[in-house]
Design a protein. Structure first.
Length: 363
């Protein structure tokens, strides 16, 4: 489908900025300022909830933050900023994001009211009532303008959500343990994923300067492994044409974006060696995006799928069950409080007047 001109212009602006940064040796996904700062919705954040922007919108907002020096990870539309009790700073320029609608509610005329109303059905998985929807023949794309928290006055300063060091380690170790491609820690000075053997080969963790660098590097190779035919069956993993070729560069771009999403969510950082090793890809990435400006959008969509695959099937696998077991164990080990039983005792005794009285005691 042909995109509206407004959307095309916005995409061209993003692509021009991305190409410029890559050619200058400073691609947005190598900017350490985004680590631990996944773009999220302001209103949800103020309620203690996290609604993250994903895919190309996460890319768009990360590039904007890098370009403008924003430090707040929260974003809001003009209306949302007002609902939050804030106001947009004078002269602030917003950032465009895209919203794609693929379904619509099924509507029928209610014979009692004569008005069209949504049709409801029962969700077979949850048993809960939900609106019945159908796929649109052609998706609808809309553009929205959002402003960063740094551009909004009258709101509380952001308290950046942090992951405890022990939790970060737990998530990353779980990712390694649940990797569907077997990992071998047998390399001297290189790290790679072998598609033919479906194996990951990396240096032992003690060879890395930091644990963050070890986790980030291994995650990058795991990102490649998600493209295998038996997993996401990514087009860029087929007909791999080798270093310096277009398909190779396209797949590396997807792995880098997946790594960026992981860094934003789990705050794991590459070391300088990773950037040195991948510097040779820069011009290839720039050329690929120049040849096809929509490639950055396809790459972001593929990276989001890879990120979701890694998170649900590796990072968080069995953690819900583990939490449930821990909760049950905690309940079992909880000290049992002695229950105080109130018991009524009726006592009869004679008074001097030989008149029987009753007294009730509680103990």
């Amino acid at each position: 489908m042909a995109l509206p001109k407004k959307i095309q212009d916005q995409r061209k602006e993003l692509v021009d900025q991305v190409v410029k940064d890559i050619e200058n040796g400073k691609p947005f996904f190598w900017d350490s300022g985004h680590c631990g700062k996944q773009p999220r919705n302001l209103l949800k954040a103020m309620k203690g909830e996290d609604k993250f922007y994903r895919g190309i919108n996460a890319v768009q907002l990360t590039v904007s933050s890098m370009k403008n020096g924003f430090t707040d990870s929260r974003w809001a539309t003009f209306k949302q900023a007002q609902e939050a009790g804030g106001r947009i700073k004078k002269g602030a320029k917003g950032t465009h994001i895209e919203y794609w609608q693929y379904t619509k509610d099924v509507m029928e005329i209610n014979p009692k009211t004569g008005k069209k109303e949504p049709v409801y059905e029962i969700d077979p998985d949850t048993g809960e009532k939900r609106k019945k929807q159908v796929l649109l023949e052609h998706p609808i794309v809309k553009s929205y303008v959002v402003f960063n928290g740094d551009q909004i006055e009258g709101i509380e300063k952001e308290v950046q959500p942090t992951i405890k060091h022990e939790d970060q380690n737990k998530y990353m170790e779980n990712m390694l343990k649940n990797s569907e491609a077997k990992i071998f820690y047998d390399q001297v000075n290189q790290n790679f994923y072998s598609p033919t053997k479906d194996e990951i080969h990396v240096m032992p963790r003690e060879k890395f300067k930091t644990m963050d660098a070890f986790y980030a590097t291994t995650a990058h190779e795991i990102a490649h492994s998600t493209g295998a035919q038996k997993r996401l069956d990514r087009e860029t993993m087929k007909n791999n044409d080798g270093f310096g070729k277009e398909n190779y560069a396209r797949e590396e771009l997807r792995a880098e974006l997946t790594s960026m999403f992981l860094q934003q969510r789990y705050n794991v950082k590459f070391d300088e060696k990773h950037y040195e090793n991948h510097a040779a890809y820069l011009q290839n990435w720039a050329q690929v995006i120049k040849n096809d400006p929509n490639e950055i959008y396809r790459a972001a969509a593929d990276a989001e799928k890879a990120m979701s695959y890694i998170e649900t099937r590796m990072i968080k696998k069995n953690l819900t069950k583990e939490k449930s077991v821990q909760k049950e164990t905690a309940l079992e080990n909880k000290p049992v409080q002695k229950r105080v039983i109130k018991q009524k005792i009726t006592m009869k005794f004679d008074t001097q007047k030989s008149k029987s009285k009753e007294r009730t005691l509680t103990r």
